[in-house]
Write a protein that binds this ligand. Structure first.
Ligand code: C2E
Ligand code: MG
Ligand code: MG
Length: 703
């Protein structure tokens, strides 16, 4: 049905129909014209015949007429009158009177002597006239220049006449031949003309459907060839514009890889198809932000371009491995954000199949890069998820691969991790915990405990470290080890940290009012420190509590201090100027350059408890602690040893001139009231017991 309608509405069909109609009408026209011409020819022929016959009859009658032999004349006239078509022959004298009586003449009413004979008599010329299908003629006969007689002749012209209809019938073959020749010839011409039009039509339809690679090949110099060439040029331009627009929408200008939009679209498509199965890899450069901040964005862009090139090379080298199972789909490499790359590998069906690719990617990234004149090595972490094995839709797959990369990050980077269902369970637990933390913050369930710090030389409490705890409604006291990570991930650590800072300043101000010389050390998380308001927040907390800045110590870990050294100087400069002191917490665990670290404007090294606790069995730990203490002394830093649990620990630290100690050997973290009682009893003892020595004081403390 559709096909028929399409045929009927097609230009070719209409043109052919019109052409056939014209050819048919033309053929009829030719038939009728041929018939009319033939009829006209026949008439003319009859007239010539009639006149010739009249002249011949006159010639035949002339001898007898001139002799005056009337009988012969009459005999001849009668004989001649018998000829086919001859209606009447009369012989008149020069005056127009009948020379011989009219006998044996075919009767034809209205025919008599040709009335025009008088004109012949007058002019001496043959004359003729047609009337009612009869040719009347008069032929003069001369004798020695004198008109002797006139022979009139009536000839039936209708004898030869045929009807127009029969002539049409007769000529119909001409029309048929014409139609038979003209129509096929015309059709051929039409087809030759319309075939390129059809090709143009088809090409335009394909182009409209989005296939811009279609081209027309019409040779020659005619309008169609010009049209075809213009059509091709138009498509070339269209394709170039389309490619450019596509690139703007789907390309990453810096690395010349696909961008996130292109990647997501392809991911949606492939995962929905599920045929072939494949793998999604998320590649994140470890600590790239640090490079960017340290060497500037231009250098950072250059590194990203180099990495993109290396990744491209790895992908190209591995593509043939998956070609057999990937169908027409090639691997797609894209830059998803600053230093995050995505790789889609259709055809990868299981973990071992993709492992080599991941290993090669890590190796390629780890190759040295020239950075402002010296070689540096980067590393990356890779999260891998398989579809449809791990997820049947793009969103879940992306979530899964993010779980996997988070785990790789926890492993310290430079590694890959495949998604495992337990990761999502962990993530769910983390999310539940974060929700609970948010609620706990609103319900003010966080409390601060304080762990005393002992001055080794004086044997007294010189200060304390503020350590946050979560006092749950059930009565359970949860330590930071169980929630700090989730609080950092969710950003809640900022609010928790601000609370601890304010609370600690207020507490320290209260102790001061009570006459205790006890400062407070507060831990600062990376997120708090990164905030532009950090300095302001600290000043505000001090002012609000009325605490002298010298009573506040802020503890930063090595990684926080090293992330952005310039920014760190900006943040801590004004605070140090006012007397706030800064400590490097967990010193020795951050793998930072010692040379660099010791140049930072810190006041205190807090030796990590892992070294302190392994000192007794591990010679290396002893050497490290000893070295750090010696180095700090010569550089003018104060030292705090954390996690002092035994008498041996303390003795060793005392021997090597550690300034302060903190640990369960002296006191565990405790609520403020307990600390105040401890400070009170210390004061009691100091005022009543004389003379004092550090040893004795410590013994007293321990008692
Ligand atoms: P940190 O700053 O190194 O704090 C010392 C940790 O060692 C505390 O654990 C403390 O209870 C524990 N500790 C002290 N003496 C001993 C000892 O002799 N033996 C052993 N085994 N442990 C000892 P806590 O309170 O569980 O805190 C753990 C970490 O949580 C802290 O390590 C700190 O990094 C973080 N944290 C605690 N409170 C806060 C806070 O308010 N803000 C931030 N950002 N982090 C905090
Ligand atoms: Mg600390
Ligand atoms: Mg510590």
């Amino acid at each position: 049905m559709n096909f028929h309608r399409r045929i009927r509405s097609s230009l070719t069909f209409k043109a052919l129909l019109l052409y056939s109609l014209i050819a048919l009408v033309a053929s009829f026209g030719v038939i009728i014209l041929s018939a009319i011409i033939e009829q006209h020819d026949r008439n003319a022929l009859s007239q010539v015949q009639g006149l010739t016959l009249a002249k011949a009859s006159a010639s035949a009658l002339a001898p007898a007429l001139l002799k005056g032999d009337v009988a012969v004349v009459e005999l001849t006239r009668v004989r001649l009158s018998g000829q086919t078509g001859v209606i009447d022959i009369r012989v008149l004298d020069a005056n127009g009177a009948l020379l011989v009586p009219v006998t044996n003449t075919q009767t034809n009413p209205g025919t008599g002597a040709y009335p025009g004979f008088s004109r012949t008599i007058a002019s001496g010329q043959t004359s003729a006239h047609t009337k009612n299908g009869v040719l009347h003629s008069a032929v003069p006969i001369y004798d020695e220049g004198r008109l002797r007689a006139v022979v009139t002749h009536a000839y039936n012209l209708t004898l030869n006449k045929t009807s127009l209809l029969s002539l049409i019938n007769k000529n119909i073959w001409r029309g048929a031949i014409l139609f038979g020749v003209v129509v096929p010839a015309g059709l051929l011409t039409f087809i030759r003309l319309l075939t390129p039009l059809g090709a143009l039509n088809q090409a335009a339809a394909k182009a409209a459907a989005g296939d811009l690679s279609v081209r027309l090949d019409i040779k020659g110099n005619d309008e169609l060839a010009v049209l075809s060439s213009n059509f091709n040029t138009m498509l070339d331009r269209l394709k170039a514009n389309f490619d450019r627009t596509r690139w703007l929408a789907y390309g990453d200008n810096l690395t010349r890889l696909a961008n996130k939009t292109a990647f997501n679209e392809q991911l949606q498509k492939l995962v929905r198809l599920e045929r072939p199965p494949g793998a999604l890899l998320l590649i994140d450069i470890d600590g790239f932000k640090r490079f960017n901040d340290a060497y500037g964005q231009e250098e950072g862009d250059r590194i990203l371009t180099i990495i993109a090139g290396r990744l491209r090379a790895v992908v190209n080298a591995h593509a043939p491995t998956f070609a057999a199972t990937s169908g027409k789909n090639r691997p797609l490499l894209a830059r998803l954000s600053g230093d995050e790359f995505g790789l889609l590998v259709p055809g990868a069906r299981s973990a071992p199949e993709i492992q080599n690719t991941a290993a090669d990617i890590l190796e390629a990234i780890a190759a040295p890069i020239d950075l402002s004149g010296h070689n540096t090595n980067l590393s990356a972490r890779i999260g891998i998820a398989l579809y449809p094995h791990d997820a049947g839709d793009a969103h879940t797959l992306l979530t899964s691969v993010n779980f996997a990369i988070d785990e790789a990050k926890k492993d310290g980077g430079g590694t890959w991790r495949f998604f495992e269902p337990s990761m999502s369970q962990k993530a769910i637990r983390r999310m539940t915990l974060q929700r609970e933390l948010r609620r706990a913050l609103q319900d003010k369930e966080f409390v601060v405990h304080y762990q005393p710090k002992i001055d080794v030389r004086e044997g007294t409490i010189s200060g304390c470290e503020a350590l946050v705890r979560w006092q749950q409604p059930s009565g359970r006291l949860v330590g930071p080890g169980e929630f700090i990570e989730a609080a950092e991930e969710s950003g809640l650590i900022r609010e928790i940290g601000d609370f601890v800072l304010e609370e600690s300043c207020l507490a320290a101000a209260r102790w001061e009012k009570l006459g205790h010389d006890c400062g407070v050390a507060v831990n600062v998380s990376a997120l708090q420190f990164a905030s532009n308001d950090f300095t302001k927040t600290v000043f505000k907390a001090l002012k609000q509590a009325g605490l002298p800045p010298s009573k506040l110590e802020l503890e930063l870990t090595e990684s926080v201090a090293m992330t952005n050294p310039e920014r760190m100087l900006e943040q801590i400069g004004p605070l140090r100027e006012r007397g706030v002191r800064f400590a490097i917490d967990d010193f020795g665990t951050g793998h930072s350059s010692l040379a660099y670290l010791t140049r930072l404007p810190f006041d205190i090294f807090k030796i990590d408890q892992s070294f302190v606790q392994s000192m007794t069995e591990d010679k290396h730990a002893r050497v490290i602690v000893q070295t750090v203490l010696a180095m700090a002394e010569s550089l003018g830093y104060s030292t705090v040893a954390e996690g002092v649990e035994t008498r041996e620990h303390f003795a060793f630290l005392q021997l090597h001139c550690c300034d302060y100690v903190q640990g369960y050997y002296f006191a565990k973290p405790m609520p403020e009231t307990n600390l105040v009682s401890m400070l009170e009893s210390e004061r009691e003892n100091l005022t009543h017991t004389e003379p004092s020595s550090p040893e004795k004081d410590i013994q007293r403390l321990l008692a």
